[in-house]
Design a protein around this ligand. Structure first.
Ligand code: SAH
Ligand code: SF4
Ligand code: F3S
Length: 528
């Protein structure tokens, strides 16, 4: 299975793409070619390819300026197409994908569709996929296996695959070959094409593939279906960092920042609608604004402007240590609605490994940044991402990661075993570490991290902290679930009317992953 997904040509980035490895086009008969779209007859199925992924193209970083569009509309003939019909959308991967799903829900509902939890009754099923590690992809292929039966039972069902996996050449080839019952494949750059693509898939009964390898423009006014009290806000798209292990620059295209006035207007609008917390999203938010040619306006400036908007809590993810500048630290130190939690992925504590990862900072520079943050914001909580078992990582280099974890004292971390991604430079690096060693390192790392999580929670015992009440606890509806400013999960007993409010609680029982607390003061409940 693993072998099938690799192509030596792609790994080295040299030579022609070898689709035949995944899909034999010699079996395919060209039925028609029109407007750049080619229709093939392949093993009894008609496949219309508008465009398909191309890693070489995806890697290019052109100078073309990005246009911003404000005039999106669902085409007239698609505005009522979904009336009386149901959709089911499954999201894998990061918050960026979750937020894209909100856009797709918005689009589907503008077409008249209603959401359903039950896949068996759905007329459209979409899988919004993630390509970050192999196990993320395996889940999706497993799911496609299950969905085949639904499609057989209900041929009118439209089954679509979108998100980061669709941007991969090998994945699209594998779906064409092994899962030909899929009706629609589209990528991360053409979400706004969903109504048109659905039309093509529905009325032609063909498999329709449209994946743009080059990022498109920014479409500002796409509908979004948001729920609850927290909202995600994209501040930029794409990533230009090309860390050697990472697929994201290929699946998400080049860095494009949204215009500040558009972001600020969206945040003001969310505040007016009563959202209590916003999470600003970007693969590397600290690169915000670097692509503006007409404007000196960076992430620190944006945060300083958002700080003045009346929304209780503002968070952001993810911060690349390389672009974290002093102005941003200065602005974050003003606090207010800017939370004292910084997610600062380090990936490794070894300068040699960081170099091989092309992270563009070394251990000392990372520690220096942490020191600066701690001086400016003494109560800041730091969390991180760490990869173990990067190709060639020695025991000593892994020990450097452990020692960095101890030195910084992260509150928590997402930890991963390195997973080779086709087309990335690291996938071609010699890797002689056994699976067993990688697992052992991961366990050892997690153990060390857990000690720190526990410790940082223990010192909160008997302290009174402000929390935002987010809802009922999943385990016990009598208990409310809330978060501290530093994003720690708190459970306490209290009336449901507190949901959406900021309250003071006293921490009574800290645990590793959870703080149990009691309500100190109940604010006057607002009238509806
Ligand atoms: N843009 C963010 C990270 C996005 S991906 C940043 O740079 O911080 C989230 C995390 O997945 C990364 O921080 C990294 O730790 C992990 N990751 C990415 N590619 C991976 C791979 N090939 N194998 C294992 N983990 C990976
Ligand atoms: Fe991937 Fe690096 Fe970009 Fe993060 S900064 S998305 S790890 S390439
Ligand atoms: Fe996955 Fe794409 Fe996010 S690869 S982590 S869904 S940007």
């Amino acid at each position: 299975m693993k072998e099938e997904k690799r192509s030596p040509d792609l790994k080295s980035g040299k030579g022609e793409k070898d689709y035949s490895k995944y899909f034999d086009f010699s079996d395919a008969k060209v039925l028609a070619e029109e407007d750049g779209k080619t229709t093939y007859r392949i093993k009894g199925r008609t496949v219309q390819i508008n465009s398909r992924p191309d890693f070489k193209e995806g890697k290019r970083r052109g100078k073309e300026s990005i246009e911003v569009h404000y005039d999106f509309q669902v085409p007239k003939d698609m505005q009522t197409i979904g009336e009386g019909k149901l959709y089911h959308l499954t999201t894998y991967g990061c918050q960026m994908n979750e937020h894209d799903s909100e856009t797709m829900r918005g689009l589907l509902e503008e077409m008249g569709y209603t959401a359903t939890e039950d896949r068996r009754e759905a007329d459209i099923i979409l899988l919004n996929t993630c390509a970050i590690r192999e196990n993320a992809e395996d889940k999706v292929f497993g799911e496609l296996g299950h969905l085949k039966h639904l499609k057989l039972e209900k041929p009118s069902l439209i089954l679509g695959v979108c998100g980061c996996m669709s941007q991969e050449e090998a994945v699209v080839g594998r779906i064409m070959k092994k899962h030909p019952f899929v009706d629609l494949i589209f990528g991360t750059h053409n979400l706004h094409r969903l109504p048109d693509l659905l039309r093509e898939a529905m009325f032609s009964k063909e498999m329709v593939i449209e994946v743009w390898s080059k990022e498109g423009d920014i479409v500002e006014n796409l509908p979004k279906k948001r729920e609850g009290i927290k909202a995600w806000v994209n501040i930029m798209y794409g990533c230009d960092k090309f860390c050697t292990y990472c697929i994201v620059p290929f699946t998400r295209g080049k860095e494009r920042s949204r215009r500040p006035e558009d972001i600020l207007a969206e945040v003001r609008d969310l505040a007016r609608q009563g959202f209590k917390e916003i999470m600003l999203l970007g693969q590397n938010v600290n690169a915000y604004g670097k692509d503006f040619e007409d404007l000196e306006y960076r992430f620190g400036d944006l945060m300083d402007d958002i700080r003045k908007i009346d929304i209780p809590r503002v968070r952001f993810t993810t911060s690349h240590p390389r672009d974290f500048d002093d102005h941003l630290i200065e602005v974050l130190a003003k606090k207010g609605n800017l939370m004292e939690h910084i997610h600062l992925p380090v990936q490794s504590g070894s300068s040699e490994i960081l170099k091989k990862m092309s992270r563009k900072y070394n251990r000392e520079q990372y520690l220096e940044l942490v020191r600066k943050i701690r001086i400016a914001i003494p109560d800041a909580i730091l969390t991180t991402d760490i990869i173990v078992g990067f190709p060639g990582e020695t025991e000593e280099q892994f020990d450097e990661t452990l020692s960095l974890v101890r030195e910084v004292g992260f509150d928590s971390a997402y930890t991963f075993i390195y997973s080779p991604r086709e087309g990335t430079p690291a996938a071609g690096m010699a890797d002689d570490i056994t699976e067993e060693t990688k697992k052992k390192r991961l366990a050892q790392l997690n153990e060390t991290l857990n000690e720190f999580s526990r410790h940082s929670n223990d010192i909160l015992k008997d302290q009174v902290v402000e929390v935002l009440v987010e809802g009922e606890s999943k385990m016990n509806p009598e208990i409310l679930s809330a978060r501290t400013r530093t994003n720690k999960l708190v459970h306490f007993a209290g009336p449901k009317g507190l949901i959406g409010q900021l309250v003071q609680v006293k921490i009574t029982e800290p645990q590793t992953w959870l703080l149990r607390a009691e309500l100190v003061e109940e604010p006057a409940l607002r009238r509806a």
